[in-house]
Design a binder for this molecule. Structure first.
Ligand code: LHQ
Length: 263
């Protein structure tokens, strides 16, 4: 359900249930989390790239999955769909956001519901021009999950976040880029090469500093100015002792390309 392809220091994870538009089942979410765990544990992996097989990135939760599909039998007991979030989506979203390496999403087609919000939870998001994003939740009587309520307003501000979340309209990749939901939209034929080149570029950078940058930015969102300045100083102080800082400055002075190693 998740295809894992090593490309040097980049690990490509492909959501692989193309017949169902890569809609998530419990088994698939479990495999995705395991694949992220394995990438995090592998010291030779310096960047993760996530994409989808076939014509979609992911249609979000598989609504036919018995874990979430409401029974149509009259009088049948309603299901607790929060269970799926507690046991699958929350651990996955947390793992994604705390990866020791940068995570790039290459959104090759439609990303709906949890599929969209998982993509938005990645560090850099590229999308094919034919791709689109939908907060499908309101269409089926739910709220944005998988981090949507936290991510959307931070990415695009409250007014646009509410427009996206309440209306659940399809946003094309170019508009998503203009809104600041994603980094960039690219011609379809260029997406995977551009995403791999970006991932390889990140993999050659000082990985530990990149992961700490994500952490510092996320923490700063909930801090006042002075505590954020102090948190920066504490993280910077730690990085000042790192091999990569030594190497980065030495390479600059020697006018050569640095070779970063930390993770
Ligand atoms: C699907 C799905 C799908 C099953 C397409 N499931 N079959 C977390 C935890 C707990 C509870 C609930 O939610 C969550 C998080 C969530 O993600 S909730 C949001 C779930 N996702 C959606 O509501 C999106 C539903 N899908 C769509 O709106 C459309 O299919 C999109 C916009 C993704 C694609 O549209 P089209 O390109 O027009 O394709 P299509 O609609 O014709 O779909 C193709 C097939 O895939 C079709 O089956 P069929 O047998 O007719 O070929 C769809 O039924 C099936 N499919 N999404 N999520």
């Amino acid at each position: 359900l998740i295809q894992i392809e090593p490309h040097g220091a980049v690990r490509l994870l492909r959501l692989n249930r193309p017949d169902a538009l890569n809609a998530f089942t419990a088994a698939m979410l479990g495999q995705l989390r395991q694949a992220l765990e394995a990438a995090a544990a592998d010291a030779t992996t310096r960047c993760v790239l996530i994409t989808g097989a076939g014509r979609a990135f992911s249609a979000g939760q598989d609504l036919a999955d018995p874990h979430v599909a409401p029974s149509r039998e009259p009088g049948a007991a309603p299901k607790d769909i929060g269970h799926m979030l507690d046991h699958y989506y929350i651990p996955l979203a947390l793992r994604l956001r705390s990866m020791p390496v940068p995570v790039v999403a290459a959104v090759n087609g439609v990303a709906a519901g949890a599929g969209a919000n998982l993509a938005f939870g990645c560090d850099l998001v590229l999308a094919a021009e034919s791709a689109s994003f939908i907060q499908a939740f309101s269409r089926i009587g739910l709220i944005p999950d998988c981090g949507g309520t936290w991510l959307l307003a931070r990415l695009v501000g409250r007014a646009k976040a509410l427009e996206l979340a309440l209306l659940g309209d399809k946003v094309k990749a170019a508009e998503a880029a203009a809104l600041g939901l994603i980094s960039r939209a690219l011609p379809d034929a260029e997406l995977m090469d551009a995403a791999m080149a970006l991932a390889q570029r990140l993999a050659a950078m000082p990985t530990r500093a990149l992961a700490e940058t994500r952490r510092a930015l996320d923490e700063a969102m909930r801090l006042d100015y002075e505590p954020a300045l102090k948190r920066e100083a504490a993280l910077q102080s730690q990085l000042g002792f790192s091999y990569d800082y030594l190497e980065g400055v030495a390479a600059f002075m020697d006018k050569r390309k640095p070779e970063f190693k930390d993770r």
